[in-house]
Every structure is written in C-alpha cells, then in structure tokens.
Design a protein around this ligand. Structure first.
Ligand code: SF4
Length: 235
C-alpha cells in the first residue's frame, strides 16, 4: 500500500502542485475548534464563525465564560449551531477543569493513537477532527479522512471501506514519511474539483491510468459540449 500511496501522491503533486503549509503550526485548541465549526459546512461559513469568536473575544478563556446558547449566536453562520456550540462549550469546560490556562498542549508528548483516544473523549470530536489536530497543529504524518478522501480512495481501489473512519484506519500506518499533508490536501482538491460525488470528470483526472473505478466517466467535458453544439447546429 505504501508504494501506491506514494504513486498517487506524486501524480497529484504533478497535477496540483505541492500544497503550501502554514509557516507556524497553529495552536491545537484553535485547530480543534475550527474543525468542529467546519463540520458539514463550507470553508467560507466555518471561517466566518471562527472569526466571529476570535474577533469578539481576547482568548478561549473568555469564550469559556459563555453559556452554550451565547456561543451559538456567534457561530450560527456555520450551521448546526446548537450541536457545535454545545461541543465547544463542553470542550472548554472540560479543559478549564484540567488546567488554569486553556490549552491542548498537554497532548503534545503523546503518540498519535493516544492523542486520538484522548481527543475523541470530548463531545463532538470524532476521529477526523482529532486527526486534523495531529496533522495541522502537531505536524504528524497523519491523513485526516473526510468524505472526499474516503470517496476517491475507494474509487481508485486503494481501499474497500464503508465509511471515512474505516478508511482512516486502513491507511493509517501505510503513509510514507513526510507526505501526509500533500496527500490529504490534494485528495480533497481532487474530490472537490474532479472526482465529484456524481459525474466524476475522469477524462481530466491525473489518476485515470491507475484508478480502478468501474464506472469511470472518460467523456471530456469540452468535447461533449462541442458535440452538443454540433448536434444543435444540425437541427
Ligand atoms: S479516474 Fe475518475 S473515478 Fe478515478 S479518481 Fe479520477 S475522477 Fe475519480
């Protein structure tokens, strides 16, 4: 599996380039709250909600003084307001009980598995959110699996799994060192732009030669549009 992952990663880099990394790793608490807000919404709305909290409060300690219903007012734009504000509220309250200054830095010395186990104890934090903290804030070689990563890897034939969590664990120990960030980020790009849930644009896909998807759609969009126009001209 390692060789296949390395090959997929290289083909994606040849097509999309190497995704830029943040110069400084973001704080784990920032990442976990940002990822909770990003569940089931688009990047724009989750960022607006995150900015609302960051701009209205000096630090997470101030947010921890609010009730869940008050947090909800600031994050409503990200959808699932009740659920997400409850998750953020409970996370901050649990951290407050553990320490004076709110922080997730205590997890830094632990192994990947221990961190996943610890973070998923918090309400509203699943394996995907925990793995985002590992990759983006702790720089670990871990590939978070969302619906795009899950769908594309199954279509390619790298895994045969029934949900993102199963895909995550199927590839967890097989990612060659140092490539998880580009592998994860470019697979999401592929899933959003080319390997869409319906009507994937296989003719444009950098992975078409190695992909095993039986229902590959190899019609080139431009060509099919050209054909449609020609048919219209002949009417
Ligand atoms: S060839 Fe098609 S199905 Fe396979 S990864 Fe590319 S877009 Fe998805």
């Amino acid at each position: 599996m390692e060789k296949s992952i390395a090959k997929i990663n290289q083909l994606l880099i040849d097509h999309f380039g190497i995704p830029p990394k943040a110069k400084k790793l973001p704080d784990p608490l920032d990442t976990i709250i940002g990822t909770i807000l990003s569940q089931n919404t688009n990047d724009q709305n989750s960022y607006k909600a995150y900015k609302n909290l960051k701009e209205n409060f000096k630090n997470w300690g101030e947010v921890a003084l609010l009730k869940a219903a008050q947090i909800e007012k600031y994050i409503r734009v990200a959808g699932l307001g009740k659920q997400k504000s409850k998750a953020i509220y409970e996370l901050l309250q649990s951290l407050k009980k553990k320490q004076k200054r709110l922080s997730l830095n205590y997890i830094k010395a632990n192994s990947d598995e221990q961190i996943i186990e610890e973070l998923t104890l918090y309400n509203g934090v699943g394996v995907k959110t925990a793995s985002c903290v590992l990759l983006f804030s702790l720089g670990r070689n871990i590939c978070p699996v969302d619906t795009h990563v899950h769908r594309t890897l199954n279509r390619i034939g790298l895994v045969k799994t029934v949900n993102p969590e199963k895909t995550f664990y199927a590839i967890l120990h097989h990612i060659p060192e140092g490539i998880a960030h580009s592998f994860h980020t470019n697979l999401i790009k592929l899933g959003r732009q080319i390997c869409k849930p319906s009507n994937p644009q296989c003719a444009l896909c950098p992975l078409k030669k190695i992909c095993n998807y039986e229902q590959k759609n190899l019609t080139n969009i431009k060509e099919s549009k050209k054909r449609d126009f020609m048919l219209l001209d002949n009417l």
